[in-house]
Design a protein around this ligand. Structure first.
Ligand code: ATP
Ligand code: MG
Length: 353
């Protein structure tokens, strides 16, 4: 059996079951009971003959399948599919199961499985853990760490806008997640937006869906429908120029500004009519001056932070590492900002508590 690193699964077990599970704890930090293995990478059925673990590709390879989990409820819907709260039948562990309908050829499926493995190797407190993924019956299923506060988009609907003190603490965590993706993993997120920043009752803020948009884009021809969000896309990407990690920083600036004001920074040309078509919005992002925070409403530090993120020329835009040192990120540190209480008490109960 290939050994894995220490387990970071928080199993919700009764005292009795904890005892019974404890005796199956292996030295690699995983639980093993017969052919059930519970470890850092989630839950799976392993072959009894002690051979190498099967590749993380499809359920027929003896791993966690939909039959192993109970669906509790649908917690979200995106353009690509639905997200459900599920509970593992034997351990009680909660997961978020993202199902993306995608009828694709075998060769493409293999490529996607390969790319999703990048997500599974992520180990960072500021990035949502992807435990497992498989393709079955025309759909890609991704088993994710469950974040019980839902997304910043959900939260914004309740609170309308987020005060700077909290935004500073949120920015710090998102920047650390971005440093991990950009610097350590060499991944450009490509789809950073409020619905891809998830929160929980512990005050944790984590980035999700990195790599997913790249997969969807690369298989765009294979899918019947793909309607992504282009609102947060950087000017250089829209213009078809080469783009890099700095593209995510642009998106971060826009999403933070939206959180601060409660409105998406680019307003439609005619009130009430919305954008006539999405090309107009794209044109505005490329042609109009960069969006900014009002100095009457916000601190000079916040205005400067947004300006550093939403700089149109990517060469002049700051990196995640540089931004982590920006005064805005540390200016409220003395206040001991309590994101956990804020997330749990602001507005009505959180999206998925
Ligand atoms: P798009 O499809 O355009 O990317 P999206 O990000 O809103 O939009 P999904 O990624 O499918 O679409 O997520 C939909 C919603 O599901 C999120 O807004 C959030 O409320 C919820 N959600 C997603 N992942 C999780 C998770 N790991 N834990 C808890 N809730 C989640
Ligand atoms: Mg998402």
């Amino acid at each position: 059996m290939k050994k894995r690193g220490g387990s970071n699964l928080r199993l919700k077990l009764s005292p009795d079951s904890e005892i019974s599970f404890a005796k199956f704890l292996t030295d690699s930090g995983t639980f093993k009971d017969g052919d059930l293995l519970v470890g850092r990478n989630g839950l799976r059925i392993v072959p009894q003959d002690g051979q190498e673990e099967p590749p993380l590709v499809k359920p027929s390879d003896n791993q966690l399948t939909l039959a192993d989990v109970d669906t509790i409820k649908v917690i979200g819907k995106g353009n690509g599919g639905i997200v459900q709260l599920v509970r593992h039948k034997w351990t009680g562990q909660f997961f978020a199961l993202k199902v993306i309908q995608m009828n694709i050829q075998d060769s493409v499926r293999k490529q996607i499985a390969q790319e999703l493995k990048i997500n599974q190797s992520s180990q960072c407190p500021y990035v949502v853990v992807c435990y497992h993924s498989f393709y079955d019956n025309g759909a890609i299923s991704i088993v994710l760490e469950y974040m019980d506060g839902g997304s910043l988009a959900d939260f914004l609907k309740k609170v309308k806008s987020i005060p700077e003190t909290y935004l500073s603490a949120i920015s710090k965590q998102v920047l650390k997640g971005l440093i991990y993706l950009h610097h350590d993993k060499h991944i450009i997120h490509r789809d950073l937006k409020p619905s891809n920043i998830l929160i929980n009752h512990g005050g944790e803020v984590k980035i999700t869906d990195f790599g997913v948009s790249a997969i969807l884009t690369s298989t765009i021809g294979q899918r019947d429908t793909f309607v992504g969000t282009y609102n947060y896309m950087s000017p250089e990407r829209i213009s078809g120029e080469t783009y890099d990690y700095k593209s995510d920083i642009w998106s971060l600036g826009l999403l933070l500004l939206e959180c601060a004001t409660g409105c998406f920074p680019y307003s439609p040309p005619e009130l009430g009519d919305g954008w006539i078509n999405f090309y107009e919005l794209l044109e505005a992002i490329v042609e109009q001056p960069q969006p900014s925070a009002s100095s009457e409403q916000f601190s000079p530090e916040f205005c400067s932070f947004i300006s550093a993120c939403a700089t149109k020329d990517p060469n002049d835009r700051k990196s995640a590492q540089e931004l982590l040192k920006h005064p805005f990120v540390s200016m409220y540190e003395d206040l001991d900002v309590d994101l956990a209480s804020y997330f749990t008490s602001a507005g009505s109960p959180l999206a998925t508590f």
